[in-house]
Design a binder for this molecule. Structure first.
Ligand code: NAD
Length: 284
């Protein structure tokens, strides 16, 4: 068997095109464009690259972006003060604190300070609570992207056995919640799980978000399983790879998301979708 590679880049382009069209309509009705405020604290190289990607896609589809590049010496109070100002600024529709932040800044406080209707990362207590209740909300971007990817291959997850590897508030937990709401029987495995490979081997769908390079190999994969690889790692020769051994996945899975070009672009597309939703929410 050779797995079908799922082209997350193409899917993201399609979604972004639809968003671009909607934004153009708003602007032609003399509304100002949506505006995303990004807060980047410190010099973390990966964060700078992610922020650059976000700015680029914003400009491609007509979302204004304003990046606040702050020194790592900035105090937590000053970041909170900025968030308060952005919450009240009518011209700002989405607020995104780029994580991780320096250790003296408590991310729980930062995320919690954002007005839920501007919380385009979907991480606040309010939005995660609404997600648990399966009520409309701004959903976390990577899990939303994963669900869109699954929808795109026309697979109904209802009744399927899904395993999510990882239990972070950013990826693993909300993905497990969203798959559960979609009708899957979900098992979450994490760093304390015994024999995670055996649990995964019974899964129809695996979402790998452990942050461990090539953790998932042929010992973990049932023939014909769908595999979504969330991990991002840089190899010594500068290439990107994921949490799944790509050769083993290609040989055994029915569908597989590559790294790069799978979940990554969809995460950004879902961020853009959330920005537009936050913007349109103001007109409801
Ligand atoms: P995290 O470090 O917050 O969480 C990792 C989780 O994996 C933890 O819950 C931990 O218990 C679990 N884990 C660690 N080692 C494990 C093991 N050996 N077996 C089973 N579980 C294990 O990371 P995160 O923020 O959830 O991100 C996970 C990965 O996804 C990282 O590589 C990150 O770079 C990537 N990521 C990619 C995107 C994207 O858009 N593609 C977005 C967010 C995160």
């Amino acid at each position: 068997m050779t797995a079908i590679l799922i082209d997350g880049k193409q899917l993201a382009f399609k979604i972004q095109d639809e968003l671009k069209f909607k934004i153009k309509n708003h602007v032609s009705n003399l509304r100002r464009p949506p505006c995303l405020a990004v807060i980047l604290v410190g010099e973390d190289p990966a964060s700078r690259v992610y922020v650059h990607h976000k700015e680029k896609v914003c400009s491609e589809i007509g979302i204004k972006s304003k990046t606040y590049r702050l020194p790592s010496s900035i105090s937590q109070d000053d970041v909170l003060k900025l968030i308060k100002e952005l919450n009240h600024d009518q011209a700002i529709h989405g607020i995104l604190p780029q994580l991780p932040m320096p250790t003296h800044i408590d991310k729980v406080l930062i995320v919690g300070a954002i007005t839920p209707t501007k919380d385009v990362d979907g991480l606040s207590f309010h939005n995660q609570g609404r997600l648990s209740w399966n009520l409309p909300s701004l959903r976390p971007c990577t899990p939303s992207g994963i669900l869109e990817i699954i929808k795109s291959i026309d697979v109904n997850v209802s009744g399927k056995n899904a395993v999510v590897i990882g239990r972070s508030i950013l990826v693993g937990l909300p993905t497990a919640t969203m798959l559960t709401h979609a009708g899957a029987t979900v098992t979450t495995v994490h760093s304390k799980t015994n024999m995670p490979n055996e649990i995964c081997r019974s899964a129809d769908l695996i979402v790998a978000a452990a942050g461990v390079k090539h953790l998932v190999n042929r010992e973990w994969i049932k023939k014909g399983a769908i595999i979504i690889d969330v991990g991002i790692h840089r190899t010594p020769d500068g290439k990107l790879t994921g949490d799944v051994n790509p050769e083993d996945a290609m040989e055994l899975a029915s569908h597989f998301t590559p790294v790069p070009g799978g979940v990554g672009p969809m995460t950004i597309a879902m961020l853009m979708k959330n920005c537009l939703e936050a913007y349109e929410h103001r007109f409801i």
